[in-house]
Design a protein around this ligand. Structure first.
Ligand SMILES: *[C@@H]1O[C@H](CO)[C@@H](O)[C@H](O)[C@H]1NC(C)=O
Ligand SMILES: *[C@@H]1O[C@H](CO)[C@@H](O)[C@H](O)[C@H]1NC(C)=O
Ligand SMILES: *[C@@H]1O[C@H](CO)[C@@H](O)[C@H](O)[C@H]1NC(C)=O
Ligand SMILES: *[C@@H]1O[C@H](CO)[C@@H](O)[C@H](O)[C@H]1NC(C)=O
Ligand SMILES: *[C@@H]1O[C@H](CO)[C@@H](O)[C@H](O)[C@H]1NC(C)=O
Ligand SMILES: *[C@@H]1O[C@H](CO)[C@@H](O)[C@H](O)[C@H]1NC(C)=O
Ligand SMILES: *[C@@H]1O[C@H](CO)[C@@H](O)[C@H](O)[C@H]1NC(C)=O
Ligand SMILES: *[C@@H]1O[C@H](CO)[C@@H](O)[C@H](O)[C@H]1NC(C)=O
Ligand SMILES: *[C@@H]1O[C@H](CO)[C@@H](O)[C@H](O)[C@H]1NC(C)=O
Ligand SMILES: *[C@@H]1O[C@H](CO)[C@@H](O)[C@H](O)[C@H]1NC(C)=O
Ligand SMILES: *[C@@H]1O[C@H](CO)[C@@H](O)[C@H](O)[C@H]1NC(C)=O
Length: 629
């Protein structure tokens, strides 16, 4: 018998409200038109619930003065819900008001009891946990699947998904364990079918062969051969084969993998079956493959299982794949879990991608290493500390160090469940990127003051002022962006060569990403270019007036700053702006350029240090700026 028919009368609550008069409270109006049943419920609190049920969907929304939420509603049997044409009105009585988002009430002198919950993560999680405790099979199987369809978006919420998956599994076990005299029985729901089988172990061989149930009997999904070795010590064993039709919750967060078959799960209530000697044999019909917009030549079929006890991803451990034909794949696995056939991109495998990631981490590490050395040598070198130029180089190195380190956490942060960590990483990356740009402008500004604005201007708190600009301006920009909601966080980047995506912690809004960063970088680049031009002109003028060779290094420094500017701009432009970041040549380029940056500053700093040592022996050439720290 199908559960579906039974449920219609259980849940079918009902009701269409027609022309609800705003002053009527605690009333339930039902209207049946055509195949649509609409229920409108109004509470004294001002909350209104609208439920619309058609043969294909069940919608519920909950409205108060200030909010609209989707909601989940569940009622015990309600006999008045059939065969009426005129709208019906019932009184309702509040049984329990949990909080502003959940209420239990009864309709028509307790002839039906209902509960209605807004689809909010905490409420739905609590409801699911409650169902797990007082699981009432088979009604709760339907109820749990209804929670999934009515509160779709909330089920995928990280705080809910795990609970949902384990409660659903418990309900499936309940269905399998139901008492029935038949040898096997299929329970069809819209979202999944469960075939419950009683295995008579006294007469079986090594395997029991069973076809996974489809939506319709002719819709073959898979054949299974289930080894009985794990049950040899038992006389009878119940198990179930589940076919999912609505399996999005199991595919959540699956990146760069496509499903070629239904998800099937093999469940043995009360047992956790692993390390089978005779593998389980599931022969999948790849019914999804015709709907895939992918070029199948580039994809390999792969048998994978959903690791619900581990990190809840799809894996291949313990499973072997045998291709029988284009549309049939046999999977041999040594455990009983949810399975499916996935399409795996064979052009850029995960392993290769991993290697590329390590290469880019290596670039960042080398750059961070040299930046750190620059900073450390500054800290332990009192001579250098007295130098404003060194202080500026070190600040630049510090910003670059922060940028490299935070960039390395960017991919990792996106995998965490705590969103705030990802936001923090994204903010740090952006802040240090802007600081790096700003300090490069300061380098140029300093050179300009040193050379052009003559030598005897005394600027009070010179280094303090520069630091305020260097660390402060980016802080103001980033702080301003942070006050806008949702600017930073998990964002997807697409690999240009394969169209696959990856998640990193970065700026979510494209307009902010391009607008703020490109304009900021452009302004600073123009500024530095202008300074280089001014400096060169000044040098030529000085040359004509008299031989001032000792200013040549300044000219060189200006070129160095501009070179660094291009280097850093190109490197991080590749990483963040170009959608082509993720293909081999660009990744290698990113890595090489990145490695060079830290090293570049390090060499420059060493050069400056040597120059300073030379200058210490000719103190006359020391400028006021350099000693005004
Ligand atoms: C009701 O059903 C009839 C025929 O089945 C159809 O013509 C009509 O549009 C339907 N009305 C509504 C409101 O769906
Ligand atoms: C609430 O649901 C009803 C029917 O289910 C629909 O007519 C109405 O537009 C919905 N209201 C809002 C605000 O979504
Ligand atoms: C509910 O009970 C009251 C009296 O207890 C009765 O007047 C009323 O008709 C009943 N309503 C329904 C829908 O049974
Ligand atoms: C509804 O709840 C009331 C009291 O909580 C109970 O007396 C009544 O039998 C329930 N009705 C149904 C249909 O379960
Ligand atoms: C099945 O029946 C047995 C005894 O006949 C009973 O102890 C058990 O609770 C029943 N299980 C379910 C799920 O109804
Ligand atoms: C299992 O099979 C044996 C032999 O065919 C039979 O005697 C026994 O009654 C069966 N048990 C059940 C529970 O069907
Ligand atoms: C696996 O199952 C399929 C279909 O049931 C069957 O054709 C095939 O021979 C089985 N493979 C093995 C090694 O038993
Ligand atoms: C059979 O053995 C397994 C472990 O090997 C055990 O978990 C299970 O309870 C046993 N069943 C019976 C009926 O003894
Ligand atoms: C998969 O293949 C390997 C090598 O052929 C074999 O050792 C292993 O037992 C197989 N695993 C399963 C689950 O069939
Ligand atoms: C895809 O299959 C081909 C041939 O069967 C094999 O050479 C290749 O290594 C596979 N690629 C992946 C990513 O498994
Ligand atoms: C990537 O997607 C675009 C548009 O969706 C398509 O035109 C292009 O061919 C795809 N490239 C690859 C390599 O799949």
């Amino acid at each position: 018998m199908s559960l579906r028919a039974k449920d219609m009368s259980l849940l079918l609550l009902l009701i269409l409200i027609h022309g609800l008069d705003g002053e009527e409270y605690n009333k339930v109006h039902l209207i049946l038109t055509n195949e649509t049943m609409e229920t409108r419920i109004s509470f004294t609190s001002g909350r209104r619930i609208t439920v619309r049920e058609t043969p294909t969907q069940l919608l519920c929304n909950s409205t108060t003065k200030s909010t609209i939420n989707s909601c989940y509603i569940e009622c015990s049997s309600f006999s008045q819900n059939k065969g009426f044409t005129e709208p019906k009105i019932f009184d309702l009585e509040i049984l329990k008001e949990w909080d502003s988002t959940r209420v239990d009430f009864s309709i028509g002198n307790h002839s039906s009891n209902c509960t209605v919950v807004d689809c909010l993560p905490d409420d739905i999680r609590k409801l699911l946990e409650e169902k797990a405790k007082t699981m009432n099979i088979p009604t709760d199987m339907r109820n749990i699947l209804n929670i999934k369809t009515m509160c779709k978006n909330v089920i995928f919420h990280e705080a809910v998904l795990d609970t949902y998956i384990s409660v659903e599994k418990k309900a499936i076990h309940g269905i399998i364990n139901m008492n029935n005299s038949e040898q096997s029985k299929t329970c069809y729901q819209e979202d999944l079918s469960i075939l419950a089988v009683k295995m008579n172990l006294s007469k079986t061989n090594d395997f029991v062969q069973i076809a996974a149930p489809g939506v319709f009997s002719y819709d073959e999904v898979a054949d299974t051969q289930i080894p009985v070795e794990a049950f040899k010590n038992e006389s009878e064993r119940k198990f179930g084969i589940v076919t999912y039709y609505s399996d999005q919750h199991l595919k959540f967060k699956v990146k760069n993998k496509y499903f070629a078959s239904n998800v099937i799960r093999i469940e043995v209530p009360g047992r956790h079956i692993v390390n089978l000697i005779n593998p389980l044999n599931v022969s999948f019909k790849l019914n999804y493959i015709k709907d895939t917009p992918l070029d199948l030549k580039n994809y390999n079929r792969s048998c994978q299982f959903y690791d619900e006890n581990g990190d809840r991803t799809w894996k291949t451990d313990g499973c072997n794949t045998t291709l029988i034909s284009d549309n049939v794949v046999e999977c041999y696995c040594n455990h009983m879990t949810p399975f499916a056939v996935l399409l795996i991109d064979s052009t850029i495998s995960e392993k290769q991608w991993e290697i590329l990631s390590y290469i880019s981490y290596a670039g960042c590490s080398v750059s961070a290493f040299f930046s750190a050395i620059t900073v450390l040598s500054f800290i332990f070198n009192s001579n250098a500390r007295a130098e404003v130029s060194s202080s500026i180089h070190v600040s630049l190195s510090g910003a670059l160090f922060l940028l490299n380190i935070s960039f390395m956490f960017s991919e990792w942060g996106a995998t965490l469940t705590v969103k705030e960590v990802c936001v923090f990483i994204a903010v740090t990356i952006h802040y240090s990127l802007l600081c790096t740009f700003t300090w490069m402008a300061i380098e140029a500004l300093h050179l300009y003051l040193l050379l052009v604005r003559v030598f005897n201007i005394y600027v009070r708190y010179y280094m303090v002022k520069l630091s305020l600009i260097g660390w402060g301006v980016p802080a103001v920009i980033v702080g301003g962006l942070m006050s806008v909601n949702n600017i930073y966080g998990i964002t997807e980047i697409t690999f240009s060569d394969t169209n696959t995506t990856n998640e990193i912690c970065w700026i979510r809004d494209r307009h902010v990403l391009y607008g703020v960063n490109i304009s900021y970088f452009s302004i600073i680049f123009m500024f530095n270019l202008a300074i280089l031009i001014t400096v060169s002109r000044q040098i030529f003028k000085l040359r004509r007036v008299g031989n001032r060779h000792d200013k040549m290094p300044v000219w060189k420094d200006a070129g160095t700053v501009l070179g660094l500017m291009c280097l850093v701009g190109t490197t991080w432009g590749l990483a963040f702006f170009s959608s082509g970041y993720n293909n081999y040549p660009i990744l290698y380029l990113f890595c090489i350029l990145n490695t060079m940056q830290g090293f570049y500053i390090f060499v420059w700093m060493c050069g400056t240090a040597r120059k300073n040592r030379a200058q210490t022996s000719h103190p006359k050439s020391k400028s006021t700026l350099d000693s005004s720290k």
